[in-house]
Write a protein that binds this ligand. Structure first.
Ligand code: KIV
Length: 289
């Protein structure tokens, strides 16, 4: 059993301890995130954009998600690993939703799943939680509806819209979610929702009153330097450092500076002499300078 469970999430909210969530899509990143002390890792369908190079999350499949969940689960022991249900893996029917969620848990190794939407996904949430699988909701800007919403824009800016988000959040809670991600929801609305729910809210671009925060791994490390998002903070310019390091590597290979003596090993001198003799080699042909 992992240290971070649904019970622990609720307790953290009660104690006022902020939840820290980050996305990850591979073994190395998952290990680093756990070592850094995060509580939850989301194998998000942002996979499609930051790793696979699509322009939306809509092309990501259940197979893609399972493929990337496995190394994240292998790279961690303590955190809760959440698998995102991708577009069209849960919208068709509650039965489809529970089968897809079951695959993320059984094949991918996730401890919980996340899906997007309000009242419309309540039957799916009820069906999945009835199967014993913890579910996180996702309200506000829901990237799988990007074409309907007209872009990655804040949701709940008017009193009526914010009220609608609160009602949706309460319905998700009644259906049994263990947390709700609030993406691009104005600070005040996110604060109201966070106060009214007994389960934690996890914000992204939704202000500091949420019970926790989530950022995309590649965004917080500046791994795609051309992408700058208002809600994101780049905590280290790893993208720029990586480009510089790769450039230095290429330059040293071309100049012959790399590899140096310490990056290789020599043969035993006797073995080298024997090789030269047996191959009929003379010194100018090559070998030890
Ligand atoms: O897929 C994802 O990474 C997400 C986060 C942005 C919350 O849903």
């Amino acid at each position: 059993m992992r240290e971070i469970t649904t019970l622990k999430l609720r307790k953290m909210k009660q104690d006022g301890t902020k939840l820290v969530m980050v996305t990850a899509y591979d073994y190395a990143a998952a290990r680093l995130a756990e070592e850094a002390g995060v509580d939850l890792i989301l194998v998000g369908d942002t996979l499609g954009m930051v790793v696979l190079g699509y322009d939306t999350t809509l092309q990501v499949t259940l197979e893609d998600m399972i493929h990337h969940l496995k190394p994240v689960v292998r790279g961690t022991r303590r955190v809760m690993v959440v698998g995102d249900l991708p577009f069209m893996s849960y919208q068709v029917s509650p039965e489809q939703a529970v089968v897809s969620a079951g695959r993320l848990v059984q094949e991918g190794g996730a401890q919980a799943v996340k899906l997007e939407g309000g009242a419309a996904v309540v039957p799916a949430i009820s069906r999945i939680t009835a199967a014993g699988i913890p579910v996180l909701g996702h309200l506000g800007f829901t990237p799988q509806s990007v074409h309907q919403l007209g872009g990655a824009i804040f949701q709940g800016k008017t009193a009526a819209k914010a009220r609608g988000l609160l009602e949706d959040a309460l319905r998700l809670e009644d259906a049994g979610v263990c947390a709700v991600v609030l993406e691009l929801v104005p600070w005040e609305a996110a604060e109201l929702i966070s106060r009214r729910l007994t389960v934690p809210t996890i914000g992204i671009g939704s202000g500091p009153a949420c019970d926790g925060q989530v950022l995309v791994y590649h965004d917080l490390l500046g791994l795609n330097p051309e992408i700058r998002l208002k809600h994101n903070k780049v905590f280290a310019e790893i993208g720029k450092l990586t480009s510089a390091a790769l450039g230095a590597y290429a330059a040293e290979v071309r100049s012959g500076q790399f590899p140096a003596e310490e990056h290789t090993r020599r043969m035993d001198p006797a073995a080298w002499r024997e090789l030269q003799e047996s191959a009929g080699m003379t010194r100018p042909e090559g070998g030890r300078p």
